[in-house]
Design a protein around this ligand. Structure first.
Ligand SMILES: NC(=O)c1ccc[n+]([C@@H]2O[C@H](COP(=O)([O-])OP(=O)(O)OC[C@H]3O[C@@H](n4cnc5c(N)ncnc54)[C@H](O)[C@@H]3O)[C@@H](O)[C@H]2O)c1
Length: 442
């Protein structure tokens, strides 16, 4: 039996107990039942994955910063070290990849990993352009019966996500009409950093730039604290998408989990005047979504950097909720952050008789540990809560908002073909150019 099938069959036993070839009994964490994992981007967000993955075989570490690699190698001394993720993915015997490198590499790493038959956990956002996230989704669709994927929106494991979904599905706000999500993070910058100094010999700057157009080295791109260094580069168009891909990924997830949406049919966006180097701080976008089998057509809006939806009551200051969502229905509002929620029926006398609270045995069970859901899925039924279809459509929607903002017009979207039907310039903005030597295989 091939190693991968063996891992699956081990998980399929349910109790996780199998008779190993030697005749010895062992559970899912026995050496032969472990995944061979590569960690790409080992510091920063990568540190948050090290503990979760330490019960598997971490056989490869990849980082463009050799100091970060050496630090990680203390914890995983047997792993082979790489500075180029393309070489890392070629290591023989790999089963799975965790990608924590910067946003402009995600779609490249994700598609390359899946094409090599590797399971992948990819940090949010899944890509920086509509073309990138669509390609990731496409490759996932071609391999979904073989591969487990997860987008790194780990707040999804908060039980509040389930409570919000139950309230919306069960009609606590009546029939759903519109969902508003917002975030208050602001990191204004004038433009790309000027050239300053030379990269240390241990930092492979050319590989950090990867597929992005060249920008001169400046140490400020690397001066943030672990897990927050993305805030030193993610606002620049060539490296990220600002708060859309940053907190937008997490906050839209809270809404997305409750509305069973796919791709929107239109997008509108407005915000700060366009800066060709830096994504907008203040920005808002609205999307139209078709009806599904349990709700009518709805609107979905995203606000950031000071733009906010109107509050349903003067006494409720929505801006006190840094990152939140609000669902508006025919009978009331539900306002939530990642951990809690407030239900606000219309009218002080509302009696909520329209709402049927679900039975205790129909409550959605907690999903458990977010990263471990994925590693168990790699060995088992391949099912995860934030797979590349779910997370990819959420991100595609958000990125369409940026395209609409750039053309300054409401765009009509044909999600089946990934085409904007009323603006040719907008179609050109669905993708970007890459540096010579880098090709995003579409
Ligand atoms: N899920 C979350 O809550 C969360 C939180 C923070 C960051 N993130 C995401 O994690 C990713 C990394 O963010 P960060 O703040 O850790 O950034 P970072 O700049 O600290 O980079 C993380 C690590 O990747 C390495 N790296 C950079 N380019 C690389 C490449 N081409 N190949 C391999 N390694 C490379 C860096 O040297 C560093 O060790 C981002 O995509 C960000 O959106 C997610």
């Amino acid at each position: 039996m091939k190693r991968r099938e063996f891992l699956k069959s081990v998980a399929g036993t349910g109790a996780g107990l199998v008779i190993l070839p030697s005749g010895a009994r062992a559970g899912q964490t026995a050496p032969s039942n472990k995944l061979n994992v590569a960690l790409i981007g080992v510091w920063g967000r990568g540190l948050a994955h090290q503990e979760a993955i330490s019960s598997e075989n971490v056989v490869a570490l990849c980082d463009i910063d050799e100091n970060h690699l050496d630090e990680a190698a203390v914890k995983f001394p047997k792993a082979t070290k790489y500075v180029d993720w393309r070489k890392c993915l070629d290591q023989k015997g790999l089963d799975a990849v965790i990608c924590c490198s910067p946003d402009h590499t995600h779609a490249f790493v994700a598609t390359s990993a899946m094409r090599r038959g590797l399971h992948i956990f990819c940090e949010k956002p899944l890509g920086n352009t509509v073309e990138e996230v669509r390609m990731v989704r496409q490759v996932y669709k071609e391999n979904r019966n073989k591969l487990a994927t997860q987008v790194g929106t780990q707040r999804h494991a908060n039980v509040n996500f389930n409570r919000v979904r139950e309230l919306i599905r069960d009609g606590a706000v009546g029939e759903l009409r519109h969902v508003y999500a917002w975030g208050n993070r602001k990191i204004p910058k004038p433009g790309y950093l000027p050239a300053s100094g030379t990269p240390p010999s241990t930092l492979h700057y050319d590989l950090w730039l990867g597929p992005s157009p060249f920008h001169p080295y400046n140490p400020e791109y690397f001066s943030g604290r672990p897990g927050a260094n993305c805030l030193n580069w993610n606002m620049y168009w060539d490296f990220g998408t600002g708060q859309i891909g940053d907190m937008g990924s997490h906050t839209m997830d809270l809404a997305w989990n409750a509305i069973d949406a796919s791709l929107p049919t239109s997008a509108e966006g407005k915000g700060d005047p366009f800066n060709p180097e830096v994504t907008p701080v203040q920005f808002q976008a609205t999307f139209e979504h078709p009806a599904n089998d349990w709700r009518p057509a709805i609107g979905v809006s995203w606000y950031q950097g000071g733009a906010m939806p109107g509050s349903p009551k003067p006494s409720i200051d929505l801006s006190k909720i840094g990152h939140g969502v609000m669902f508006k229905g025919t009978k009331g509002f539900l306002i939530a952050d990642f951990d809690s929620r407030i239900l606000l029926p219309f009218g002080d006398q509302a009696d909520m008789t329209y709402y049927n609270r679900r039975a205790a045995d129909a409550i959605i069970p907690p999903m458990g540990h977010f990263q471990k859901e994925w590693s168990a899925a790699c060995k088992g039924n391949l099912k995860t809560s934030c797979d590349f279809e779910y997370g990819g459509t959420a991100m595609e929607q958000m990125l369409l908002g940026l395209v609409a903002y750039r053309v300054g017009q409401k765009i009509e979207y044909d999600g089946v073909n990934g085409r904007i039907t009323n603006n040719e310039e907008a179609n050109r903005l669905l993708r970007k150019e890459y540096r010579e030597g880098w090709k995003f295989d579409s």
